[in-house]
Design a protein around this ligand. Structure first.
Ligand code: PLP
Length: 401
């Protein structure tokens, strides 16, 4: 990578890719990101599943402003009761099955996964962990260990030992879950694998086999949760009750936060033998929790039926476009397949590269190069939704030139 030409490294910022989009952000509002050169870019991916309620939502800003006037960090997580944490926990737990009656707030999705994996070891006294083929759970060592995509893992080995992956959506393979397994972690809708929605029967069978063998079932709702699939949580489509849920991304309404929900009985295990068995300085930061309070308040106002009508009509329009091979979707979570990875790269660059006219931000999947993701905000007005779809279709038109 050329340090002089990469726009991040050139400014002394670490870089994650040799070819970043490089948009320079001035401000953002609703579905629009406005760049320093005055372009309006429709955010069709919600910052990768974060800005589910748009940018600068008034209810989220009000919650943040009220907290700013009270206090920021006062003490590491777990020593002082803070009103923002308590309110965020109450609002979050109201959306989850009653058996998940406790929450540990952390700083990111991957941290929630780390907490869940450690909790599984404590709750079962076992160390074997299972993921599912195609799963993505984050980039820390533990989260990477239970994720798929060997190409992304190989350079960082050795990772955690005793980790296996179950075949996706394959009931017969579930016989590999036995009494040595501490936990199985799965996304109820796989994001990075290209919005793969499993058969509900497979998820139920996975629940049953975990119960039978005393293994924890951990759901990763970090990307598919917070309304993205057309219900507050993807597990709501199936009526699935896991032993633990990992959350993050849109939970903070734009603030960085992650959360692990589980039973209070299980969560208590992290606090003794050893005491301070899982600790974090900034977990449950009051401003991040205030963001979560605002985001959960907005999520409670969504009209799921109206949203489904909108996203079904987007799906139809995309499916009819001659550049599109296939569309997979649940709720507002879309994977749009094109004929090649090159076409996806052309679409992403064409989306943001259109002169002074409105542009649109599309993006890749890490593991499905011939598809791009769409995850629009759930709070669009009809006019905004219409304009967003128009910009996406116009971008696809350019592939036909
Ligand atoms: N799990 C899933 C399903 C994700 O999509 C992501 C991030 O994309 C993570 C975990 C990791 O979250 P974070 O990037 O906040 O660590």
């Amino acid at each position: 990578m050329n340090v002089d030409t990469n726009p991040f490294l050139r400014r002394g910022l670490a870089s994650t890719t040799p070819s970043p989009l490089g948009l320079e952000v001035a401000r953002a509002e609703g579905p629009w990101i406005v760049t320093t050169d005055g372009r309006r870019v429709f955010d069709a991916i919600s910052g990768i599943g974060v800005s589910n309620f748009g940018h600068q939502h008034p209810a989220i800003l009000a919650s943040l402003r009220a907290q700013l006037d009270k206090h920021l960090h006062v003490m590491v997580y777990g020593e002082c009761l803070q009103d923002a944490q308590t309110r965020a926990a109450e609002a979050l737990l109201r959306t989850l099955p009653p058996s998940l009656d406790g929450v540990y707030f952390v700083n990111s999705g991957a941290e929630a996964v780390e907490a869940a994996l450690k909790l599984a070891k404590r709750a079962t006294g076992r160390s074997r962990l299972m993921g599912v083929q195609g799963g993505y759970h984050g980039n820390t060592h533990g989260a990477l260990s239970v994720s798929s995509n060997e190409w992304r893992k190989a350079r960082y080995r050795p990772l955690l030992p005793e980790v296996d992956a179950l075949a996706w959506n394959d009931v017969e393979d579930l016989t590999r879950v036995d009494d040595t397994v501490a936990a199985v972690i799965v996304e109820p809708v796989q994001g990075d694998a290209g919005v793969r929605v499993p058969d509900p029967e497979w998820l139920r069978a996975l629940r049953n086999v975990c119960t039978e063998h005393g293994a924890l079932l951990i759901l990763d709702e970090i990307q598919c949760g917070m309304g993205r699939t057309g219900r507050p949580w993807a597990m709501d489509h199936v009526g699935l009750v896991p032993d633990a849920v990992c959350m993050g991304k849109a939970l903070g309404g734009g603030m960085p936060i992650g959360a692990l929900a589980a039973s209070r009985e299980h969560l208590a295990l992290l606090g003794h033998r050893p005491t301070l068995g899982h600790i974090t300085t900034f977990g449950g930061h009051p401003l991040a929790c205030a963001g979560a309070c605002g985001a959960l308040e907005v999520m409670a106002t969504l009209d799921w039926e109206a949203l489904e009508r909108r996203h079904a009509s987007w799906e139809r329009a995309l499916q009819h476009h001659p550049a599109v091979g296939a569309v997979r979707r649940q709720g507002a979570f879309f994977a749009v397949e094109l004929d090649s990875a090159e076409s996806v790269a052309r679409a992403v660059h064409a989306g943001v590269g259109v002169g002074a006219e409105n542009a649109v931000l599309l993006f890749w999947f890490l593991s499905v190069p011939h598809a791009f993701r769409l995850a629009p905000p759930l709070t669009l007005t009809d006019d905004e939704a219409h304009e967003g779809l128009r910009l996406i279709l116009r971008t696809l038109d350019q592939l036909l030139d």
